[in-house]
Design a protein around this ligand. Structure first.
Ligand code: SAM
Length: 293
Protein backbone atom coordinates (compact mmCIF):
# COMPACT_ATOMS: atom_id res chain seq x y z
CA UNK A 1 0.00 0.00 0.00
CA UNK A 2 1.37 3.46 -0.93
CA UNK A 3 2.14 5.81 1.95
CA UNK A 4 -0.28 8.72 2.41
CA UNK A 5 2.51 11.23 1.71
CA UNK A 6 3.72 9.53 -1.49
CA UNK A 7 7.20 9.05 0.04
CA UNK A 8 9.03 5.71 -0.15
CA UNK A 9 8.85 3.07 2.63
CA UNK A 10 11.22 3.79 5.52
CA UNK A 11 13.42 0.75 4.80
CA UNK A 12 14.09 2.17 1.34
CA UNK A 13 14.79 5.62 2.84
CA UNK A 14 17.30 4.14 5.29
CA UNK A 15 19.04 2.15 2.56
CA UNK A 16 19.18 5.09 0.14
CA UNK A 17 20.55 7.56 2.71
CA UNK A 18 22.89 5.08 4.43
CA UNK A 19 21.27 5.46 7.87
CA UNK A 20 22.78 2.50 9.67
CA UNK A 21 21.63 2.87 13.29
CA UNK A 22 24.21 4.16 15.78
CA UNK A 23 23.97 2.96 19.35
CA UNK A 24 25.74 6.01 20.75
CA UNK A 25 22.89 8.19 19.46
CA UNK A 26 20.18 5.93 20.90
CA UNK A 27 19.02 5.04 17.40
CA UNK A 28 16.22 2.48 17.45
CA UNK A 29 14.04 3.37 14.50
CA UNK A 30 10.32 2.80 14.02
CA UNK A 31 9.77 1.70 10.43
CA UNK A 32 6.08 0.78 10.52
CA UNK A 33 4.09 3.84 9.45
CA UNK A 34 0.89 2.38 10.94
CA UNK A 35 2.61 2.28 14.30
CA UNK A 36 3.97 5.82 14.02
CA UNK A 37 0.45 6.98 13.06
CA UNK A 38 -0.91 5.35 16.23
CA UNK A 39 1.69 7.17 18.33
CA UNK A 40 0.93 10.51 16.66
CA UNK A 41 -2.80 10.02 17.38
CA UNK A 42 -2.05 9.71 21.11
CA UNK A 43 -1.07 13.39 21.04
CA UNK A 44 -4.64 14.40 20.12
CA UNK A 45 -5.74 16.92 17.52
CA UNK A 46 -2.61 18.67 16.27
CA UNK A 47 -4.23 20.75 13.54
CA UNK A 48 -4.01 23.95 15.58
CA UNK A 49 -0.63 23.14 17.17
CA UNK A 50 3.05 23.46 16.49
CA UNK A 51 4.82 20.20 17.36
CA UNK A 52 8.34 19.78 18.68
CA UNK A 53 9.86 16.42 17.75
CA UNK A 54 13.25 15.52 19.20
CA UNK A 55 15.23 12.96 17.21
CA UNK A 56 13.25 12.43 13.98
CA UNK A 57 15.90 10.05 12.58
CA UNK A 58 14.72 8.85 9.15
CA UNK A 59 11.36 10.54 9.82
CA UNK A 60 8.77 7.81 10.51
CA UNK A 61 7.10 9.72 13.33
CA UNK A 62 7.63 13.05 11.55
CA UNK A 63 5.69 11.75 8.56
CA UNK A 64 2.88 10.53 10.83
CA UNK A 65 2.65 13.91 12.57
CA UNK A 66 2.41 15.76 9.27
CA UNK A 67 -0.01 13.28 7.70
CA UNK A 68 -2.04 13.48 10.93
CA UNK A 69 -2.51 17.19 10.35
CA UNK A 70 0.02 18.95 12.62
CA UNK A 71 0.06 22.66 11.81
CA UNK A 72 3.86 22.75 11.85
CA UNK A 73 6.62 20.41 13.03
CA UNK A 74 10.02 21.45 14.33
CA UNK A 75 12.28 18.39 14.18
CA UNK A 76 15.57 18.61 16.08
CA UNK A 77 18.08 15.97 14.98
CA UNK A 78 21.70 15.67 16.07
CA UNK A 79 22.75 13.20 13.37
CA UNK A 80 23.48 15.12 10.16
CA UNK A 81 23.26 11.87 8.14
CA UNK A 82 19.45 12.12 8.53
CA UNK A 83 19.15 15.59 6.98
CA UNK A 84 18.75 14.54 3.34
CA UNK A 85 15.94 12.11 4.21
CA UNK A 86 14.23 14.79 6.31
CA UNK A 87 14.58 17.33 3.47
CA UNK A 88 12.50 15.02 1.26
CA UNK A 89 9.74 15.03 3.88
CA UNK A 90 9.90 18.83 4.08
CA UNK A 91 9.48 18.97 0.28
CA UNK A 92 6.41 16.72 0.47
CA UNK A 93 4.78 19.05 3.06
CA UNK A 94 5.78 22.58 1.95
CA UNK A 95 6.08 25.12 4.74
CA UNK A 96 5.15 22.66 7.51
CA UNK A 97 8.43 21.01 8.52
CA UNK A 98 11.49 22.82 9.88
CA UNK A 99 14.53 20.67 10.59
CA UNK A 100 17.23 21.81 12.99
CA UNK A 101 20.52 19.93 12.94
CA UNK A 102 21.31 20.40 16.62
CA UNK A 103 21.66 18.77 20.01
CA UNK A 104 18.24 19.05 21.68
CA UNK A 105 19.98 19.72 25.01
CA UNK A 106 21.70 22.79 23.60
CA UNK A 107 18.89 24.74 21.92
CA UNK A 108 15.81 26.72 22.89
CA UNK A 109 13.04 25.28 20.69
CA UNK A 110 10.55 27.98 21.69
CA UNK A 111 12.38 30.46 19.47
CA UNK A 112 11.17 28.37 16.49
CA UNK A 113 7.64 27.57 17.61
CA UNK A 114 4.31 29.36 18.13
CA UNK A 115 1.85 28.33 20.83
CA UNK A 116 -0.03 26.14 21.34
CA UNK A 117 2.88 23.68 21.34
CA UNK A 118 2.86 19.92 21.84
CA UNK A 119 5.90 17.69 22.10
CA UNK A 120 5.86 14.27 20.44
CA UNK A 121 8.99 12.12 20.28
CA UNK A 122 10.53 8.69 20.25
CA UNK A 123 13.33 9.92 22.48
CA UNK A 124 16.93 8.73 22.38
CA UNK A 125 17.24 6.68 25.58
CA UNK A 126 20.44 8.47 26.68
CA UNK A 127 18.89 11.95 26.97
CA UNK A 128 15.19 11.11 27.43
CA UNK A 129 15.07 11.49 31.20
CA UNK A 130 17.14 14.67 31.18
CA UNK A 131 14.86 16.31 28.61
CA UNK A 132 11.75 15.23 30.52
CA UNK A 133 13.07 16.65 33.79
CA UNK A 134 13.81 19.96 32.05
CA UNK A 135 10.35 20.12 30.51
CA UNK A 136 8.72 19.38 33.87
CA UNK A 137 10.87 21.76 35.92
CA UNK A 138 10.39 25.37 34.78
CA UNK A 139 10.00 27.86 37.62
CA UNK A 140 6.90 29.35 35.97
CA UNK A 141 3.80 27.31 35.14
CA UNK A 142 2.13 26.61 32.70
CA UNK A 143 5.16 25.58 30.64
CA UNK A 144 5.75 26.22 26.92
CA UNK A 145 4.06 22.91 26.05
CA UNK A 146 0.46 21.76 26.40
CA UNK A 147 1.29 18.07 26.28
CA UNK A 148 4.21 15.65 25.97
CA UNK A 149 3.70 12.35 24.13
CA UNK A 150 6.95 10.50 24.59
CA UNK A 151 8.40 7.04 24.04
CA UNK A 152 10.59 5.73 26.86
CA UNK A 153 11.92 2.42 28.03
CA UNK A 154 8.95 0.84 29.82
CA UNK A 155 10.76 0.98 33.15
CA UNK A 156 11.12 4.78 32.86
CA UNK A 157 7.47 5.13 31.80
CA UNK A 158 6.44 3.21 34.93
CA UNK A 159 8.50 5.55 37.09
CA UNK A 160 6.69 8.57 35.61
CA UNK A 161 3.19 7.28 36.45
CA UNK A 162 4.09 5.49 39.73
CA UNK A 163 2.01 6.03 42.87
CA UNK A 164 3.29 6.44 46.46
CA UNK A 165 4.08 3.13 48.13
CA UNK A 166 5.42 1.51 44.96
CA UNK A 167 9.07 0.73 44.34
CA UNK A 168 9.09 2.84 41.17
CA UNK A 169 7.70 5.97 42.87
CA UNK A 170 10.39 8.64 42.96
CA UNK A 171 11.55 12.00 41.67
CA UNK A 172 10.14 11.53 38.16
CA UNK A 173 6.67 10.66 39.50
CA UNK A 174 6.56 13.68 41.81
CA UNK A 175 7.76 16.05 39.07
CA UNK A 176 5.32 14.64 36.52
CA UNK A 177 2.30 14.50 38.79
CA UNK A 178 2.69 17.79 40.67
CA UNK A 179 1.67 19.99 37.75
CA UNK A 180 0.53 17.50 35.09
CA UNK A 181 -1.43 14.35 34.51
CA UNK A 182 0.57 11.38 33.23
CA UNK A 183 -0.54 8.02 31.84
CA UNK A 184 0.90 5.19 29.79
CA UNK A 185 -1.04 5.04 26.53
CA UNK A 186 0.83 2.37 24.52
CA UNK A 187 3.33 -0.43 25.06
CA UNK A 188 5.68 -1.69 22.37
CA UNK A 189 7.78 -4.87 22.17
CA UNK A 190 11.46 -4.68 21.16
CA UNK A 191 10.61 -6.07 17.68
CA UNK A 192 8.73 -2.84 16.85
CA UNK A 193 12.13 -1.14 16.45
CA UNK A 194 15.09 -1.51 14.09
CA UNK A 195 17.42 -2.56 15.60
CA UNK A 196 15.38 -4.00 18.50
CA UNK A 197 16.45 -2.67 21.93
CA UNK A 198 16.91 -5.09 24.84
CA UNK A 199 13.86 -3.82 26.73
CA UNK A 200 10.17 -3.10 26.17
CA UNK A 201 9.08 0.48 25.48
CA UNK A 202 6.04 2.53 26.35
CA UNK A 203 4.49 5.82 25.28
CA UNK A 204 3.56 8.23 28.07
CA UNK A 205 1.10 11.07 27.51
CA UNK A 206 1.52 13.99 29.90
CA UNK A 207 -0.81 16.97 29.96
CA UNK A 208 0.10 20.20 31.71
CA UNK A 209 -2.43 21.34 34.29
CA UNK A 210 -3.28 25.07 34.19
CA UNK A 211 -1.76 25.43 37.70
CA UNK A 212 0.11 23.17 40.14
CA UNK A 213 -2.03 20.82 42.25
CA UNK A 214 -0.41 22.19 45.44
CA UNK A 215 1.57 25.40 45.91
CA UNK A 216 5.37 25.12 46.23
CA UNK A 217 8.51 26.75 44.88
CA UNK A 218 9.68 24.58 41.98
CA UNK A 219 13.38 24.84 42.82
CA UNK A 220 12.94 24.10 46.50
CA UNK A 221 10.56 21.22 45.82
CA UNK A 222 13.14 19.85 43.36
CA UNK A 223 15.83 19.95 46.08
CA UNK A 224 13.60 18.30 48.68
CA UNK A 225 12.54 15.52 46.33
CA UNK A 226 16.09 14.93 45.02
CA UNK A 227 17.44 14.66 48.59
CA UNK A 228 14.57 12.43 49.76
CA UNK A 229 14.93 9.92 46.92
CA UNK A 230 18.71 10.04 46.75
CA UNK A 231 18.63 7.92 49.86
CA UNK A 232 15.22 6.36 49.43
CA UNK A 233 15.77 3.59 51.98
CA UNK A 234 16.53 6.07 54.74
CA UNK A 235 13.96 7.77 56.95
CA UNK A 236 13.10 11.34 55.98
CA UNK A 237 14.91 12.75 59.03
CA UNK A 238 18.22 11.25 57.84
CA UNK A 239 17.74 11.65 54.09
CA UNK A 240 16.83 15.33 54.44
CA UNK A 241 19.33 16.23 57.16
CA UNK A 242 21.35 18.45 54.84
CA UNK A 243 18.39 20.70 54.01
CA UNK A 244 17.97 22.45 57.38
CA UNK A 245 19.48 22.13 60.88
CA UNK A 246 16.10 21.45 62.53
CA UNK A 247 14.75 19.26 59.75
CA UNK A 248 12.72 17.01 62.04
CA UNK A 249 10.64 19.99 63.23
CA UNK A 250 10.00 21.05 59.62
CA UNK A 251 8.98 17.52 58.65
CA UNK A 252 6.48 17.35 61.49
CA UNK A 253 5.20 20.86 60.80
CA UNK A 254 4.50 19.74 57.23
CA UNK A 255 2.28 16.97 58.59
CA UNK A 256 4.75 14.16 57.86
CA UNK A 257 6.49 11.66 60.14
CA UNK A 258 10.29 11.94 60.42
CA UNK A 259 10.41 8.14 60.36
CA UNK A 260 8.61 7.91 56.99
CA UNK A 261 10.56 6.95 53.88
CA UNK A 262 10.36 9.03 50.73
CA UNK A 263 8.40 6.43 48.79
CA UNK A 264 5.51 6.74 51.28
CA UNK A 265 5.15 10.51 50.88
CA UNK A 266 2.54 11.75 48.37
CA UNK A 267 3.16 14.77 46.14
CA UNK A 268 1.07 16.90 48.51
CA UNK A 269 3.41 16.00 51.38
CA UNK A 270 6.54 17.04 49.50
CA UNK A 271 4.86 20.34 48.57
CA UNK A 272 3.90 20.97 52.21
CA UNK A 273 7.50 20.34 53.26
CA UNK A 274 8.88 22.66 50.56
CA UNK A 275 6.51 25.40 51.76
CA UNK A 276 7.52 24.77 55.36
CA UNK A 277 11.21 25.06 54.46
CA UNK A 278 10.49 28.26 52.56
CA UNK A 279 9.04 29.69 55.75
CA UNK A 280 5.45 29.67 54.53
CA UNK A 281 3.76 28.34 57.64
CA UNK A 282 0.23 28.27 56.27
CA UNK A 283 -2.24 27.16 58.97
CA UNK A 284 -3.56 24.37 56.76
CA UNK A 285 -0.07 22.87 56.64
CA UNK A 286 -0.35 22.22 60.34
CA UNK A 287 -3.94 20.99 60.36
CA UNK A 288 -3.63 18.60 57.46
CA UNK A 289 -1.45 15.53 57.48
CA UNK A 290 -0.72 14.91 53.82
CA UNK A 291 1.24 11.77 54.46
CA UNK A 292 -1.44 9.95 56.39
CA UNK A 293 -4.88 10.54 54.99
N1 SAM B 1 12.04 9.30 15.66
C1 SAM B 1 12.75 8.22 15.01
C2 SAM B 1 11.92 6.97 15.00
O1 SAM B 1 10.96 6.92 15.79
O2 SAM B 1 12.23 6.06 14.24
C3 SAM B 1 14.11 7.98 15.66
C4 SAM B 1 14.07 7.69 17.14
S1 SAM B 1 15.63 7.20 17.82
C5 SAM B 1 15.06 6.35 19.25
C6 SAM B 1 16.32 8.67 18.55
C7 SAM B 1 16.76 9.76 17.60
O3 SAM B 1 17.29 10.85 18.36
C8 SAM B 1 17.87 9.37 16.64
O4 SAM B 1 17.54 9.79 15.34
C9 SAM B 1 19.11 10.13 17.15
O5 SAM B 1 20.03 10.46 16.13
C10 SAM B 1 18.47 11.35 17.75
N2 SAM B 1 19.29 11.99 18.82
C11 SAM B 1 20.14 11.40 19.70
N3 SAM B 1 20.64 12.31 20.54
C12 SAM B 1 20.11 13.51 20.19
C13 SAM B 1 20.26 14.83 20.69
N4 SAM B 1 21.07 15.11 21.73
N5 SAM B 1 19.56 15.83 20.10
C14 SAM B 1 18.74 15.56 19.04
N6 SAM B 1 18.58 14.34 18.54
C15 SAM B 1 19.24 13.32 19.09
Amino acid sequence: MAAIDGLPPLRAVIARHGLRARKALGQNFLLDLNLTARIARQAGDLSACDVLEVGPGPGGLTRALLAGGARRVLAVEKDSRCLSALAEIADAWPGRLEVLNADALEIDPTAHLSPPIRVVANLPYNIGTELLVRWLSPSEWPPFWESLTLMFQKEVAQRIVAQPGSKTYGRLAVLAQWRSTARIVMELPPQAFTPPPKVRSAVVHIEALPAPRFPADAQLLGRVVAAAFNQRRKMLRSALRGLAPDIETHIEAAGLRPTDRAEQVPVEGFCALARELAGEHAPRDREASPGHR
